[in-house]
Design a protein around this ligand. Sequence first.
Ligand SMILES: Nc1ncnc2c1ncn2[C@@H]1O[C@H](COP(=O)(O)OP(=O)(O)OP(=O)(O)O)[C@@H](O)[C@H]1O
Ligand SMILES: [Mg+2]
Length: 235
Amino acid sequence: MNLLDVEGLHARYGSAEVLHGIDFAVPAGEVTVVLGANGAGKTTILRSICAMVHTTGRIVFDGRDISGLRTDRIACLGVAHVPQGRGTFGDLTVEENLRIGGYTTSTAATERAIDRWYDFFPRLRERRRRPAAGLSGGEQQMLAIARALVAGPRLLLLDEPSLGLAPRITQEVFRALARINADTGTTILVVEQNAHLALDIGTSAVLVDAGRVVAQRPAESLARDESVRRAYLGY
Ligand SMILES: Nc1ncnc2c1ncn2[C@@H]1O[C@H](COP(=O)(O)OP(=O)(O)OP(=O)(O)O)[C@@H](O)[C@H]1O
Ligand SMILES: [Mg+2]
């Protein structure tokens, strides 16, 4: 079963169309990876799902067409978005950032959820009273992920979680994502330049080139396909 189905999706900024009718599916409970070169349209795909750009086409979440809905309604239905560059508030403390993640749920549920994600990311608990700006890059990414999870989403969208992180920290982030998926069953759609790491935790991969989907394949078969690797993944 698919949690998300994208059908004939076009997206534009002003008069410039950047997604030209794309189709792909996100199977429920799995990790799906979106790969493609700079400017291919990966970020725009995630923005389209959250209604942050002008789109046409169908976006079906859990059997319901959400393409006409507002961003906040989509969030309430259980879609959380960790944007490229993380989007945490540097002046606010770690805990204040996490509370913002709970704006769609009750206070008590938020406090319980925050406690749970502190168990998962103990370093966030240690730094709970500190401004987010004082965290390391890896800690800020963990904070952005925890904030997205506080409301208990069914679909977690992540845009380049490895951006600006050292390889060791990137590995840590991807291990955390794999564990979140395994422990909570949260479906994940992750855009990532680091194809190698992403394919390692993903079950299926969507290959995007110049605003079109070139292929959606099982991650394993993509990682083994030398011509695809050389043409699109650069390794
Ligand atoms: N706000 C915007 N206004 C106009 N054009 C935009 C805007 N944001 C992105 N674009 C254009 O849309 C196309 C797709 O951009 P997008 O950010 O989705 O690519 P991407 O695959 O995420 O790239 P990257 O790997 O660099 O993050 C690019 O040609 C880009 O220049
Ligand atoms: Mg991008």
